[in-house]
Design a protein around this ligand. Structure first.
Ligand code: LLP
Length: 422
């Protein structure tokens, strides 16, 4: 469910015509619906209310400050993976005791900063990392909370690039090694190993892989308990899939229905780290049709957004629905078209062999489901300025990130004096 709907011939975000936004802000333009964003957060919260989970929104999905602030104000915690994300979390006033920190490659500096800020805990992904956090904590004379990220070796049935819970993936620690860590936990004088974490992948549409992973976790928790090892937290990660195409993902309610009986038995405090589920359908990327080009083999709709703005189709061959900002009675295009950007790569496409109705040069198209891993994965490739972002709430619109300028792009660059003939 989302708040991007046609009213008459016009695609609207909440109560504003997308077409009006293009006139005001230009394109490429990210448009977010405040209510969709918050609704998804609340849906998950309600679905899991029996266990009163801490929902740590996964910052990587969309890390724009206004998006984070909107969620933090509603009580969300944050799941972070870098010093940069920690700094964003602090900027929007997220309470430190609601921040969890994953990543297989945390640097000393990042670890130190997160300890100083007193985050809730680190999700630790290897034994060397555990030793390192202990060493840094000792140096700072602090006892630090950590959760062990388990790699439960389950198949999440999603794209291989976003599968994270198989033993061939770099993430987490297998059960046996984790058990051994718990047995020598006293060696880590400055750590409080207080929880377990999993994140088995992203865009998971079925509950079976989750149930399998959580069941394995519950067994492991029971095994630890039998050895007198008590924990406080179980973090079940993110990964909930959304509708991009014809998927029929489990609803939050269904997911909760399947997971809750197992979670409740553990008697631990439950943490969730959803990213896409909250932000994915809350944003679209709006782009202008520059040219329509026919070749002997293909018809290309060339738009002003590129893979630098939205990388998902190029990287994962991801499907995004594409809708016209205005529909009217023009003849529908009957042949299939490729919708492509201006970048010098053949991977720079948004759709292949797609039937699109009503498209002419100068039209505007909305690439749907671009709220998560859209702007946050964007780049300046081809020296393109990153897009403007606006947030719509009912009939009001707010710029939440200005379009970059060419000066922005070169501001950190230095031409050495010898090249300047000095
Ligand atoms: N927790 C951890 C430890 C994660 O690594 C991730 C995502 C999440 C939570 C949030 O997952 P979500 O609920 O959003 O599925 N760029 C890819 C997705 C990469 C996901 C990386 N980790 C895409 O565009 O599909």
């Amino acid at each position: 469910m989302h708040e991007f709907k046609y009213k008459g011939n016009y695609l609207c975000c909440e109560d504003i015509k997308v077409l009006d936004l293009t006139k005001q802000f230009g394109t490429p333009l990210y448009v977010y619906s405040y209510h969709t964003l918050i609704d998804h957060f609340v849906k998950l919260k309600i679905a899991f209310q029996e266990v009163e989970p801490l929902i740590c929104y996964s910052v990587k999905a969309n890390s724009t400050l206004a998006i984070l602030k909107a969620l933090v104000d509603k009580g969300a915690g944050l799941d972070i993976v870098s010093g940069g994300e920690l700094s964003r979390a602090m900027k929007v006033g997220c309470p430190a005791e609601k921040i969890v920190y994953a990543s297989v490659g945390k640097t000393d500096r990042e670890i130190e900063e997160a300890i100083r800020r007193r985050i809730l805990f680190f999700n630790v992904e290897s034994l060397p990392e555990l030793e390192n956090i202990n060493r840094i904590a000792r140096g700072l004379n602090k006892i630090v909370n950590v959760a062990i990220r388990i790699n439960p070796d389950v198949e999440p049935k999603t794209h291989k690039f976003i599968t994270t819970g198989k033993l061939t993936n770099k993430f987490g620690i297998d059960f046996n090694s984790a058990y051994k860590i718990f047995l020598i936990r006293n060696k880590f004088s400055h750590l409080n190993i207080c929880g377990l974490h999993i994140h088995i992948g992203s865009q998971i549409t079925e509950s079976t892989p989750y149930v399998a992973a959580i069941t394995k976790m519950a067994k492991f928790i029971a095994k630890l308990k039998r050895r007198g090892i008590d924990l406080e937290y179980l973090n079940i990660g993110g990964g909930l899939g959304i509708i991009y195409d014809k998927e029929t993902p489990q609803t939050a309610q269904k997911f909760a229905q399947n997971a809750l009986p197992i979670l409740k038995k553990t008697k631990l405090k439950i943490i969730l780290e959803p990213g896409r589920f909250i932000a994915g359908n809350a944003g679209i990327l709006v782009t202008k049709v520059l040219y329509i080009k026919s070749t002997p083999k293909k018809k290309f709709v060339i738009v002003d957004a590129g893979m630098n703005d939205l990388l998902r189709p190029a990287l994962y061959d991801a499907y995004h629905q594409i809708l016209p900002a205005r529909t009217d009675n023009r003849a529908p295009i009957t042949e299939k078209v490729d919708i492509v950007g201006p970048i010098c790569e053949s991977a720079d496409f948004f759709a292949k062999d797609r039937r699109l109705s009503c498209v002419e040069e100068g039209d505007y198209l909305a690439i749907m489901g671009a709220g998560a891993y859209g702007f946050s994965m964007s780049s300046n490739y081809n020296s393109r300025r990153r897009a403007e972002e606006v947030l719509v709430i009912k009939d009001k619109v707010f710029v939440i990130r200005k379009r970059e300028t060419h000066t922005n792009l070169t501001r950190n660059e230095i031409i050495p004096s010898f090249l300047l003939g000095l």
